[in-house]
Design a protein around this ligand. Structure first.
Ligand code: PA5
Length: 426
C-alpha cells in the first residue's frame, strides 16, 4: 500500500546490525513483556475491536449526519489529533460537506473559544466529547461551555440526544457524568493510550460522522498488523524505518523532519509529532520530531534545511495521486511566461518540485531523506499508515530502552497550572 525507501539514511549493512534487537523487541511487543506492556491494546486492535460497538457507532454517526449541521468535537492530544489529521487528509481542508466538523477543547484560547461559541449560536449542532481520563481541563471546560449552550438552545432532553462521549469504561468524571445524564457513550479501552487511539471510537466517531469509511480504515490497519508482525529486517518496511530513525539519532542527526507536499497532510505531521515526541522524549533521550509542508516551507525553512546546521534528517510522505487535480490553462499573451506548463496538471508540477527538492537536499545539502511513497490517500491506506507509524514508534522507543506508552513529563505543567489556579490539593 506504501513504499518505504530508507536507503539514503541507512545502509543494508547497518540495518543488518539491528537484526537481533528487532527480533527481541518484536517478541516483547507480541508477548507484552516490555515496559508499559499494559498499554499494548492497540497492537491487536484491528482484529480484536468490539464489532458490536462499531456497528452502534456507525448507526449513531449516521443519525448525526442526517440530523445536524455541525458536530463539535471536544478533546486534546491523543483525543484530538487523530480525527483531526484523518479528516484533513481524506476530506481536504476546504471541505464543504455537511455536517461541518469543528474542534474545541484543544486550547484555552479565549479568542478561539468565544468565536466558536458565537458561531454555534445559530447552528443545529451535536457534541462529541472525548477524554480517556475524563478530567482533562481543556476538554472539560470546552464541554461545560458547549453543553450549557446546547441545553440553553434546545433544552436538556434534546441536548441529551445530541451528546456523544468517548471515555474510559468505568473511571473518570466524564464517565460519571455520562452515566448520570444517559449520554450515548463509547469506550476507549484502558490498555490503549491516547496517542495510539486513532483507530478506536476516539478517531472513528468523528470520522464516521464525516462520512469516512471507518471499516476500510480498520481493514487497512489489519493488513498492516499482519505485515509488520515480522522481525525480518529485510522484509519489514515498518521496522526498517524505525531502525533508520535510531541510526540517525546515534549518528549526529537528533531532529526528524516530517515533510509533505500536501497542506491537507500537515495535520498528519502534527499527529506524528505527538506520537513520537510523547513516546520517546524521555530520560533526556529521543529524536525531536518536527515538520514542514512543501513547497510553502521551502520559502521559509528551505534555506536552513539546505544549508543550515546539519542536525536533521527528513521523512517525506509523498502522495503520488491526489484526490483532486487542476490543469494549468494556456494564455494567449503569456506575459507571465507560464505557457510552457499549459495543459500540465498541478500534481505533475508538485511531483517535479518534490523530485527537485529531494535531489537538492540529499545531494547538495547532505540531508539524509527517508521517502514513504503513497500511491493514493484513502481510508484503507490511512488506517495502514497509522498502524505502520504506531508499530514503528514502539520498536523505536524500545531501541532507546524507553517506555513508549507513558508521558510523565506532561504532568508537571498541569500541577503548576492547578496550583496557580487554586485547585484543591495543589
Ligand atoms: O497521548 C496521550 O495520552 C495524551 O496526549 C492524551 O491523549 C491527552 O492528554 C488527552 O487525555 P484525555 O483523553 O485523558 O483527556
Amino acid at each position: 500500500m506504501i513504499k518505504v525507501d530508507v536507503s539514503n539514511v541507512i545502509s543494508e549493512e547497518e540495518i543488518a546490525k539491528y537484526s537481533e534487537k528487532a527480533k527481541t523487541i518484536n517478541k516483547m511487543i507480541n508477548e507484552k513483556t516490555g515496559p508499559g506492556n499494559d498499554f499494548l491494546g492497540w497492537v491487536d486492535w484491528p482484529e480484536n475491536y468490539d464489532k458490536e460497538e462499531l456497528e452502534r457507532l456507525i448507526r449513531d454517526a449516521k443519525y448525526v449526519r442526517e440530523n445536524f449541521d455541525v458536530l463539535v468535537v471536544a478533546g486534546i492530544g491523543g483525543s484530538y489529533l487523530g480525527a483531526r489529521c484523518a479528516l484533513d487528509a481524506l476530506k481536504g481542508i476546504k471541505n464543504t460537506e455537511k455536517p461541518e466538523i469543528i474542534f474545541m477543547g484543544q486550547t484555552f484560547s479565549p479568542n478561539y473559544t468565544a468565536q466558536v461559541l458565537d458561531y454555534l449560536k445559530d447552528k443545529n449542532f451535536a457534541i462529541n466529547v472525548i477524554s480517556k481520563s475524563g478530567t482533562t481541563t481543556e476538554t472539560s471546560i470546552a464541554f461545560r461551555l458547549l453543553k450549557s449552550l446546547l441545553e440553553e438552545k434546545v433544552g436538556k432532553e434534546n441536548a441529551r440526544k445530541a451528546i456523544f462521549a468517548v471515555t474510559d469504561k468505568e473511571k473518570g468524571a466524564l464517565k460519571t457524568l455520562c452515566n448520570q445524564e444517559g449520554y450515548s457513550t463509547y469506550v476507549l479501552p484502558g490498555n490503549i493510550g491516547g496517542r495510539y487511539s486513532v483507530l478506536t471510537p476516539v478517531g472513528l466517531f468523528p470520522l464516521a460522522v464525516s462520512g469516512v469509511d471507518v471499516k476500510a480504515m480498520l481493514e487497512g490497519a489489519k493488513v498492516a498488523k499482519k505485515e509488520f508482525d515480522n522481525p525480518n529486517l529485510k522484509e519489514n518496511s515498518c521496522y526498517r524505518y524505525a531502525v533508520s530513525r535510531d541510526y540517525m539519532y546515534r549518528h549526529g542527526h537528533p531532529v526528524e523532519m516530517y515533510v509533505t507536499y500536501e497542506p491537507q497532510m500537515t495535520q498528519i505531521s502534527e499527529w506524528l509529532k505527538q506520537l513520537f515526541g510523547e513516546s520517546e522524549g524521555k530520560e533526556k533521550k529521543g529524536l525531536l520530531p518536527t515538520s514542514a509542508t512543501f513547497s510553502t516551507d521551502l520559502h521559509s525553512l528551505g534555506q536552513f534545511i539546505q544549508d543550515g546546521s546539519p542536525i536533521l534528517f527528513e521523512t517525506i510522505l509523498n502522495v503520488i495521486n491526489p484526490q483532486l487535480d487542476v490543469v494549468i490553462p494556456s494564455d494567449k499573451d503569456d506575459l507571465d511566461g507560464l505557457n510552457y506548463l499549459a495543459g500540465k496538471k498541478l500534481s505533475y508540477v508538485n511531483q517535479m518540485a518534490y523530485q527537485g527538492t529531494l535531489n537538492a537536499h540529499e545531494v547538495d545539502g547532505g540531508v539524509p531523506c527517508n521517502v514513504i511513497t503513497i500511491e493514493k490517500m484513502d481510508a484503507k491506506t490511512l488506517g495502514y499508515l497509522f498502524y505502520f507509524f504506531m508499530r514503528a514508534c514502539a520498536l523505536s522507543a524500545y531501541l532507546l530502552e524507553i517506555n513508549p506508552f507513558n508521558q510523565p513529563g506532561v504532568e508537571i505543567y498541569k500541577k503548576n497550572m492547578f496550583h496557580l489556579l487554586g485547585k484543591k490539593g495543589y
